[in-house]
Write a protein that binds this ligand. Structure first.
Ligand code: IDP
Ligand code: MG
Length: 139
């Protein structure tokens, strides 16, 4: 059993896609075990994406991620890191497979609706960034 962090980014919340994204998780055997809505400030967004701080898109990405409300969730399931990444689709929506969240809804390489941890190590860091142990519901 594995856990991962999912975020519905500001463009996803703004477009009314909270229900649609969660529906896809549940339809694919992924359980939501923690969830909160928040609006990060710039510093919080920079801390979350610290791994990308040398990238040319870092400033724009952290502006975007602090521009509005997000929904952060802990997902649980068998191989959920990989499963969530495959439901999300490739970073660039133009390269994402048919039927993925990003292919269906994203409009921009940056504004791509969802975030998902990419490894057990990043999942542990990212879950801890938003949730303490009391906020994660054991099933
Ligand atoms: P991921 O979200 O698919 O894991 P990462 O490479 O970790 O993709 O990049 C983090 C986020 O940074 C992406 O989801 C996207 O919002 C943004 N991003 C990635 N590459 C670019 C780019 O080339 N231009 C602008 N934004 C980008
Ligand atoms: Mg990533």
């Amino acid at each position: 059993m594995e856990r991962t962090l999912s975020i519905i980014k500001p463009d996803g919340v703004q477009s009314g896609l909270i229900g649609e994204v969660i529906k896809r998780f549940e339809a694919n055997g992924i359980r939501v075990v923690a969830m909160k809505m928040l609006h990060m400030d710039k510093e919080q967004a920079k801390g979350f994406y610290a791994v990308h701080k040398e990238r040319p898109f870092f400033d724009s990405l952290t502006d975007f991620m602090s521009s509005g409300r997000i929904v952060a969730m802990v997902l649980e399931g068998d191989q959920v890191i990989e499963k969530n990444r495959s439901l999300m689709g490739a970073t660039n929506y133009k390269e994402a497979a048919e039927g993925t969240i990003r292919r269906d809804f994203a409009s921009d390489i940056e504004k791509n609706i969802v975030h998902g941890s990419d490894s057990p190590e990043t999942a542990a860091f990212e879950i801890g960034y938003f949730f303490n142990s009391f906020e994660i519901c054991e099933q």
